[in-house]
Design a protein around this ligand. Structure first.
Ligand code: ZN
Length: 254
């Protein structure tokens, strides 16, 4: 009888060992390690805490900081990316070097409508292949700055009335000139914002070289989707510019 009881006891012990192994496999022991000791002991429900690095979800991959940087866009306006120095940027209204002799823009940020930017980049690539660069003197101009320029301009025929606004206020006009690859300006028939006949695109009282430079800039820009205006050789408007709204977003927002 004792032998029978001993055998029974051994069988029960063996069964208990098998049961324990079957319902508490290694993977489950591992997953329990992800829970805090207090939670396993006391909480009715348990929640995982910080996953150790090897167990981070496989879909997560670190993104290098450079790729992570997004271009800020407000109402279609973006800052011209110029890390590679493809353009020369010298916003005259962000300095005192303009017809008013004082700073009009609160920041020196070259802002433009993203679609106009694409056209300008194409124009610059064509000019690069000829050994030149576009120098940007003005691009997006907040509507409130337009009013300041209008009030200050002695000859109103050279500044767009705030009544209708300027294409600059839509981020779709640029004032530009040409430089060589070193950033030295090419000769043009007049200075920037010189409100005289010398600034007109049909002015012929200049040198051949000045006329050639003005016409090269005009030709490439027109080919790239811009139109010229008669009174300023430096001013170019995106042919689709009137589609975009007049804006008064301050430079600080970008
Ligand atoms: Zn202009």
């Amino acid at each position: 009888m004792k032998k029978v009881m001993l055998v029974c006891a051994l069988l029960i012990f063996a069964a208990f060992l098998l049961y324990d192994k079957a319902y508490c496999p290694d993977e489950m022991e591992e997953s329990l390690n992800l829970l805090t000791p207090t939670e396993t002991k006391h909480a009715g429900t348990v929640t995982p805490v910080h996953l150790p690095t090897p167990l981070m979800p496989k879909t997560w991959t670190p993104v290098p900081a450079k790729e992570n940087k997004k271009t800020l866009e407000i109402r279609g306006l973006v800052e011209i990316p110029n890390e590679d120095g493809a353009f020369v940027i010298d916003l005259k209204y962000a300095t005192k070097d303009n017809f008013m002799g004082k700073k009009i823009y609160t920041r020196s940020k070259c802002i433009i409508h993203k679609n106009t930017l694409n056209k300008l980049v194409n124009a610059n690539k064509k000019l690069n292949s000829l050994g030149y660069k576009i120098k940007i003197l003005d691009a997006y101009r907040p509507y409130s700055a337009q009013k300041i320029l209008w009030d200050a301009a002695s000859d109103k025929s050279y500044v767009a009335s705030p009544k209708n606004g300027s294409i600059h206020n839509r981020g779709a006009a640029v004032d530009i000139t040409l430089t060589d690859q070193k950033g030295i300006e090419l000769k043009m028939p007049s200075g920037y914002d010189e409100f005289s006949k010398r600034a007109h695109i049909d002015y012929r009282g200049c040198t051949e070289e000045e006329m050639r430079n003005r016409e090269l800039l005009g030709k490439i820009m027109v080919e790239s989707g811009f139109k010229r205006i008669k009174s300023e050789w430096w001013h170019f408007e995106d042919t689709e510019g009137k589609k975009y709204p007049l804006l008064d977003i301050p430079f600080e927002r970008f």
